[in-house]
Design a binder for this molecule. Sequence first.
Ligand code: ADP
Ligand code: MG
Ligand code: MG
Length: 876
Amino acid sequence: MSKKYVYLFSEGNRDMRELLGGKGANLAEMTKAGMPVPQGFTISTEACTQYYNDGRQINDEIMGQIYEYIGKMEEIVGKKFGDVSNPLLVSVRSGARASMPGMMDTILNLGLNDEAVEGLANLTGNPRFAYDSYRRFVQMFSDVVMEMSKTEFEKIIDEMKEAKGVKMDTELDADDMKALVVKFKALYKEKMGKDFPSDPKEQLIEAVKAVFRSWDNPRANVYRRMNEIPYDWGTAVNVQAMAFGNSGENSGTGVAFTRDPSTGEKKLYGEYLINAQGEDVVAGIRTPFPISHLQEQMPEVYNEFVEIATRLEKHYKDMQDMEFTIENGKLFMLQTRNGKRTAAAALKIAVDLVDEGMIDEKTAVLRVEPKQLDSLLHPQFDTAALKAAEVIGKGLAASPGAACGKIVFTAEEAKEWAERGEKVVLVRLETSPEDIEGMAAAEGILTVRGGMTSHAAVVARGMGTCCVSGCGDIVVDYDAKKFTLGGKEYKEGEFISLDGSTGNIYGAAIATVEASISGDFRRFMEWADKYRQLQVFCNADNPHDAQQGSDFGSEGIGLCRTEHMFFEASRIKAMREMIVADNTADREKALEKILPYQQGDFEGIYEVMGERPVTIRYLDPPLHEFLPTKEEDIAEIANELGITVEKLHNVIDSLHEFNPMMGHRGCRLAVAYPEIAVMQTKAVINAALNVNKKLGLHIVPHIMIPLVGEVKELKFVKDVVVKTADELIAAAGADMKYEVGTMIEIPRAALTADEIAKEAEFFSFGTNDLTQMTFGFSRDDAGKFLDYYYENKVYESDPFAHIDQNGVGKLVEMAAKLGRATRPELGLGICGEHGGDPTSVEFCHKVGLDYVSCSPFRVPIARLAAAQAAIKNPRA
Ligand code: ADP
Ligand code: MG
Ligand code: MG
């Protein structure tokens, strides 16, 4: 039995997106609903996967099915490929399961050749249109299929316009278009060394292959990695009869959203161009009309479109992003999908749809991508500073947010500068898919050309990056690295600020203020909290971060690192004294000096957190990190400590490690110098006793011993802690409980978790260390070779960003089970970077952890991710 690889639009539906891709499934769904869709067929994602399995070949079976479906399509449409009197022209469109805007290339008007173009001219009585379509096709085919550079074709057009003394493409007539085709084909022959293919079936097969190939282009791979889309999904190919938006003044093409994708406001939102095709609107070549204008220009078409848009939104129960084309007064729908939107719009739409009775709360919670919330949590412009600032220009408010950074003019520079830690604003005439990494690195994007649906606008909204587009007043001089606006020059490296909500551009840096959770955001987060089963804690080392986490809804602190507490000028000297001391008594004397500081820090944190759990991790880094490395510093510090330079050198040398990551750190420090654990225990217990007394609370301190790999080393340190703590509590006449637990961050700890749980009252998975020790490479060095791994598809994502579920995850799951078998009430949490990563949070939910802990700014993201995990995989 042979496998079915090709489907007519009339054979599919919305539930088949894995097989047909999003675009194909929705074209099928619209066809089923009786909407006006140019007909065609979809070559499945399985055909794409098969193409790669066959060594980038379309095998005979698939080829046979494509030919068969060309026949079926010709019958349905009533036109024939290559027919001289009534030629079938098609578009070839990629469409993956998840929409990947701008990543794959579409070819329009395929099927034209020297004979068919005459047929089309005769049939429509419009030779200009026929030859315009033909030259577009030659251009697109050369670009997409043969990867010839676009600019050479643009140059030919520009030369022709100049020779004729006209400005717009529309001012070129039929003969000009005809001449362009001849020139384009000559260019093709010159560059490719062969004639432009005239057989429509050959054109089609080449185009299909190009779509399959584009699944593996570098841009697509970067986009997939950024969005966690698996490589093996593949893309489908849609072959669709053309609707001609470029056949005259009664035709056009446009895009529209059922709600405003920037704000979420409920009103039809979009734009269109008369006498234009496909990408013209998006490319920002001419400035389009707003969709409302269509009501006056073509009232019937407008009404039909509004009716369809309303139906589609009701049908999908979500905001739709639609493409349409009008051919001689007749409306055709070319695409619909759940529209990309800003975080603010996503929240408003989710809340409104609940209020409109269209979806329930759980569905609403699933509608907002957790990562997106990030853009709402970062600073906004300070209102007063904004008022005082001078507006130097205005563009379209294409993607909201407050951006302030140094001017750069290329995506490469944006990336380089950002890697150096500079904040940049990318200024471009327009952006294209090659710019994607630079756009991601920039604080904001400013373009001279392009509307609200231009590449820059769409991509920026998807990334949550601020964007102001289409500021036509700007004159950019790429070569001189400057632009002029309002009579003033702005050079590379100078500060500008963008307000993506108003489109305003400012010629200086503007102060910003912290964000807050209110309005729709608050209501939405209350729903998320209602449905989640994981608790969300934050990682905080000081009262300020603890407060920030609390403001964002943190229910405790999962990781309070204590090493930062040693670094302040007043304390590091005592720490150094401790390190250079060569006997216990001197070490204790030095530590006594640190104690009051550390105790004060803990009191501050307890005062913010009250009775919410605060997990304090004992000293973790190797001691050499506290000593100087530069010769002049060594001399100065030796002097300060009252020892010889030679002695300090000896200490530094003795602390040298070949592999500090696996050296004398974590609990190994406390095993060698128990007095450190004594001092830290005094600080924690005294702080809790004091705050309990002061505020009438019952704080239960959580003490966490890092880097344990063996139960006996945990027991050794724990005994020190317990002895010290019990004495203090007894001396205070208090009845305070406390817990001692450990981090699980060494594979051996996970493997022997049943033994470790005999001593530990809780486990916290330190998945940063656990990942590097399990993989055997360090997070600081992996960057140097991971790119090769991505390129060769060995890894698809960074295991430090998304937990490696097969390996590291298995250790986590096993340790959780073993630990709970020994001690059923064992507390379980995660405190590595993964605690704020949505896919990792879902994993933590599934393996039954009690909480995740992440940096304060990721707390709302983790709350939402935890809610989505619970709704998708409810726990008993
Ligand atoms: P993308 O996924 O990048 O949006 P599309 O496949 O949707 O790419 O197509 C790019 C452009 O070509 C869109 O503006 C679309 O409306 C237009 N287009 C695609 N197919 C046709 C067709 N059959 N007739 C007319 N225009 C088309
Ligand atoms: Mg599209
Ligand atoms: Mg660690």
